[in-house]
Write a protein that binds this ligand. Structure first.
Ligand code: EPZ
Length: 429
């Protein structure tokens, strides 16, 4: 299993190109199931999760190919994917595949909408919380689906096709919003989704669906009104930049000091996180080419932050912010309100010398003058990113084990950081 070695203490200076968003690319690939025509996605990040989903979609009969780089295309630029689901040959998503990646459960809505049946394994448990799927199932039931649970599988049927319905989500869920939205676009009649998640990746998928011929009002708001159409066609769509990757590198620069242009990043996708950094004393400049982040001299100020659904502070940046705050004088407080067990990084950061106490859903971080390198274990994707930030700040060597978590969601992480002066290498075995 690969490991990453970081020798801390280097400032970051230069440019980091921001990749396409993983959490948009995945549902966009799934949207290919909705049409027999070709869906072309540009700026897709080369990530383990993306490739894994490609295999899952192939299993359903999707013809999936990656266009090679053309002359003049930058090495760091994302890939172009072509996906064509002319015939769906299998409406089952088996346990072996869905258990590897939770987002693959989102094939349920599109398969049901297009084929009027689907059999999808319940996703496995996950390190960050119980993560149920009740909201997905209730949403699809409201569109007329009959749903049974059989041997760990969700078996869904809609013999005459789905029909429009009214869904008021009792809790904001990104995945349930994706699933129901992608089902509703091919349902007969109108669907109203209230308390929909407003994460920008949902807006990106909705915009792509509109290019495919879907009728959706209220994109990027909590109320989505969808007029079902009988048929969607192919489209060409460019994946929006990854706001979590952007925030992660912004926090890395804030942690090490230096000045970096996050090239291609869009500030409007993570205003709340940028606000938190600015209030802490990080300099953020919004430019036409991306976001310039700088931290030179002077201590940062502690923060008091709660994770919230978009547009609030994202849970996917909670671990990275915590790593940054470990060396900020004074006491910071971070409350996690989305997932009940998303603090696995706390004990690993403690191995680097961080002082963090946990009480229920709240972590209190008391800044220490210095972290020291150690062996640490990546537990989930974003927790791994927090350990990279910890390692970049720490004196001496940090070895991060189980980096396959990082490979699921950060494209060319070592290369991007190394080019800005970090001492970081992958130890392959
Ligand atoms: C998406 O997960 C993201 N995944 C997560 O990013 C992200 O942390 C999360 O949204 C919150 O922003 C992708 O986009 C692929 P939810 P999702 O449904 O859709 C509860 C990463 O690192 N809930 O919005 O699974 C749930 O338990 C990943 O990139 C129900 O109770 O998250 C949680 O407490 C990790 N019933 C809350 O809602 C349901 O049926 C929000 O979860 C569904 C969810």
């Amino acid at each position: 299993m690969d490991r990453i070695k970081i020798t801390g203490g280097q400032r970051l200076n230069g440019t980091i190109p921001i990749s396409g968003a993983k959490n948009a690319a995945l549902p966009l690939m799934i949207a290919a199931l909705l049409t027999p025509d070709r869906l072309t996605l540009k700026n897709v990040p080369n990530l383990a999760d993306v490739m894994n989903l490609g295999r899952i979609l192939r299993n359903h009969g999707v013809d999936f190919s990656i266009a090679g780089k053309r002359p003049g295309q930058a090495e760091m630029q994302g890939e172009t994917f072509h996906l064509t689901a002319r015939d769906i040959v299998d409406t089952t998503a088996p346990y072996e595949m869905v258990s590897k990646m939770r987002a693959s459960f989102w094939v349920l809505g599109p398969l049901l909408a297009r084929c009027h049946e689907a059999r999808v394994s319940l996703p496995g448990g996950c390190a960050i919380g119980t993560r149920p799927v009740d909201l997905h199932l209730d949403g699809l039931r409201a569109l007329g689906a009959q749903i049974d649970l059989e041997d760990g599988y969700v078996v869904a049927k809609a013999p005459g096709g789905l029909t429009g319905g009214h869904i008021i989500f009792p809790k904001v869920s990104v995945g349930a919003t994706h699933n129901v939205l992608m089902a509703a676009v091919l349902a007969k009649g109108e669907t109203l989704i209230e308390n929909a998640a407003r994460e920008p990746e949902i807006g990106d998928v909705a915009n792509c669906l509109v290019k495919m011929g879907a009728k959706i009002d209220g994109i990027n708001t909590a109320t989505l009104r969808i007029e079902g159409v009988p048929y969607l066609e192919g489209a060409v769509h460019t994946v929006l930049p990854d706001r979590i990757e952007t925030g992660t590198y912004a926090m890395a620069v804030a942690a090490t000091g230096g000045e970096v242009l996050l090239e291609g990043a869009r500030a409007d996708l993570l205003e709340e996180a940028l606000d938190v950094l600015e209030k802490a004393g990080v300099s953020i400049e919004r430019t036409n080419h991306g976001i310039k982040v700088a931290k030179n001299g002077q201590d940062l100020q502690p923060v008091d932050v709660e994770t919230r659904p978009y547009p609030g502070f994202p849970t996917d940046l909670q671990a990275q912010l915590m790593a940054l705050m470990t060396r900020v004088p004074g006491r910071s407080r971070i409350r996690e309100t989305i997932f009940e067990n998303r603090f696995m990084h706390v004990q690993e950061l403690a191995r680097l010398g961080a002082k963090i106490s946990l009480e229920g859903d709240t972590a209190t971080i008391t800044g220490v003058p210095q972290l020291r390198g150690a062996q640490v274990m990546a537990t989930d994707l974003r927790a791994s990113a927090s350990l990279v930030i910890g390692g970049l700040m720490a004196q001496g060597d940090t070895i991060i084990n189980r980096v396959y978590h990082l490979d699921r969601g950060f494209e060319r992480l070592e290369q991007k950081l190394e080019r800005c002066g970090a001492q970081i290498t992958r130890l392959s075995e």
